[in-house]
Ligand binder design. Structure first.
Ligand code: GLY
Length: 360
C-alpha cells in the first residue's frame, strides 16, 4: 500500500492499495477515534460494497447508518443534498461523527458538500470506487452539487480526513467508466509527468484492467495523486497553479453541457485536451509532436479526440463555466509533454480557438 500525505489547510492521508478497503475500520479509527459513520452511496455501489463496508466499520466499533440515493449525475442536486442533511439531523449526527463517501465523483461531491455544511462542518472520508474519483475527485477538497443553472454551482472547499483508494474495487468498473478515468490519468501525464505519459504509451490498456494484483494500477493512481498533491498544496483554493488541472476541461465542460451531461466527463475532457492542443499548435504554443502524442494516447485508451458538437452548441456552456471571469478565461495549454501553462483569452476569441481545434 502507498500512503501519500496531503498538507493543505488540513493534513490527511491518501492510502492507495489493493485490498485496503478491508482496513477501513482501522484506518478511520486512527483519524476519528469513536464516532458514528454515515455511509453515503448510490444504489449501484451500495449493492456491491455497502453492507461489507458497514460490517467492517461495525467490527471496528463504529455505529453506522446508510444514505443511499439513485445513481447518476442528475441526482447530485439540492434535493438529494437536502435529504441527506435531514437524515443526518433526524439521526442526531453530531460534530464528532463522520460521513463516508463510498462511490464515484458524484457521491464524493455530494457527501463532501453535506459534510462541509451540516452543523457548519463535520468530518468526512472518501472511499473512491471509480478510477476517475481515485485520481481526481476524491483528493483536494472540491465538493459541490449541481444547480439548474449549471454543474457544481453550489459547493465548498472542504478537505477530507482520509482517502482510502482500493484498486480491487475498480475491477468491477464498467469498461466505459474505466476509460473515462484514464482521460484524467492521461491529463496528469500531459501537464506534469512526462514519465507517466511515456508509461501509458508503453502499456497495453487491457493490462491495466487486470493490474490490481501486480501493482501497476496502484503505481499509476499514486503518481496522479502525488501530482495533484503538488497543485493542491500550492493553490488549495484554485486561484493559480491548480487551474492547470483543468487541461481539457474548459472545452470539455462545453461538450458535457451541450450533450445534456450524457457524454461522460472523462470522454469530454479527452476531446477537450485534443481540441485545445490542435488550436495551440496553430498558435505556435504546442509542438506538433506533442499534439500528436496526446491525440494518439487518447485514441489508444478508447477515448474521443474530437466532438460532433458544433462551436455554437458548445459556446454557451463554455461561457457560463466557473473558470470564465467576466470576459476573460485562462486556457490550459500543454506546450510539451509534462509542461503546461495558462494562456489568457477573451471569451470572444473562443470560437476561433474551437475552429482551430477542428470544431465546426
Ligand atoms: N478537478 C480539478 C481540481 O480538483 O482542481
Amino acid at each position: 500500500m502507498k500512503r501519500i500525505r496531503i498538507d493543505a489547510s488540513k493534513s490527511y492521508t491518501v492510502a492507495v492499495g489493493s485490498g485496503c478497503a478491508a482496513e477501513t475500520g482501522r484506518e478511520l479509527k486512527a483519524v476519528t477515534g469513536n464516532a458514528r459513520v454515515m455511509v453515503v452511496s448510490d444504489d449501484n455501489v451500495y449493492a456491491l460494497y455497502g453492507k461489507q463496508v458497514r460490517r467492517d466499520l461495525e467490527t471496528a466499533g463504529f455505529g453506522t447508518s446508510g444514505f443511499v440515493f439513485p445513481h447518476g449525475e442528475e441526482h447530485k442536486n439540492l434535493e438529494t443534498y437536502g435529504k441527506l442533511l435531514e437524515q443526518l439531523c433526524a439521526e442526531n449526527f453530531g460534530r464528532s461523527d463522520l460521513i463516508l463517501a463510498l462511490g464515484g465523483g458524484v457521491t464524493g461531491d455530494l457527501a463532501g458538500f453535506a459534510a462541509a455544511t451540516y452543523q457548519r462542518g463535520i468530518r468526512f472520508a472518501q472511499m473512491p470506487t471509480t478510477l476517475l474519483a481515485a485520481v481526481d475527485a476524491s483528493v483536494g477538497g472540491k465538493t459541490a452539487v449541481d444547480l439548474k443553472g449549471g454543474k457544481n454551482q453550489a459547493g465548498a472547499f472542504c478537505q477530507p480526513s482520509l482517502v482510502l483508494c482500493d484498486t480491487e474495487l475498480m475491477r468491477t468498473l464498467p469498461e466505459e467508466e474505466f476509460r473515462a478515468g484514464m482521460a484524467e490519468v492521461i491529463k496528469y501525464g500531459a501537464i506534469g509527468d512526462s514519465g507517466l505519459f511515456k508509461l501509458l504509451e508503453e502499456t497495453e490498456p487491457e493490462t491495466l484492467r487486470t493490474a490490481g494484483a501486480n501493482g501497476l494500477l496502484e503505481d499509476i493512481i499514486a503518481r496522479c495523486v502525488e501530482q495533484k498533491k503538488i497543485f493542491v498544496q500550492q493553490d488549495e483554493f484554485d486561484n493559480g497553479a491548480r487551474m492547470l488541472l483543468n487541461f481539457g476541461h474548459t472545452f470539455g465542460h462545453g461538450i458535457e453541457g451541450a450533450s445534456g451531461y450524457q457524454v461522460p466527463h472523462g470522454f469530454a475532457v479527452a476531446a477537450g485536451m485534443c481540441i485545445i492542443s490542435r488550436a495551440a499548435e496553430k498558435r505556435g504554443l504546442c509542438g506538433s509532436q506533442t499534439r500528436k502524442r496526446i491525440e494518439t494516447l487518447v485514441k489508444k485508451y478508447g477515448l474521443p479526440a474530437e466532438t460532433g458538437f458544433k462551436t455554437e452548441q458548445l459556446l454557451p456552456f463554455i461561457a457560463s463555466d466557473k473558470k470564465v471571469k467576466g470576459c476573460h478565461v485562462k486556457l490550459v495549454v500543454t506546450g510539451r509533454i509534462g509542461h503546461a501553462g495558462l494562456v489568457p483569452a477573451n471569451v470572444a476569441e473562443l470560437a476561433d480557438w474551437l475552429h482551430d481545434g477542428g470544431v465546426e
